[in-house]
Unconditional design. Sequence first.
Length: 88
Amino acid sequence: MQRTGLGAEMGSNRYRIVLRGRLSERFESAFVGLALEAGANQTVLVGEVRDQAQLYGLLDRLRDFGIELIAVQPADTADPSAERCPPD
């Protein structure tokens, strides 16, 4: 991981980006590397984002397409069974 000048750690993180409405599969090519999970009234993009610059780029692209953003959340990548194991 890299450290920024402000002391925040930067590295690849997994995110869930929740959008209003159901996006068609043609949008998949605009968001390479992210899985498109379509629901009834929303779509969720899930995948690795290497840094904040890439995250802001994704958000800019959504805005340019006129897609309404509902939420941006870190996705839980931890294995639930790993949480029960005591650290060494």
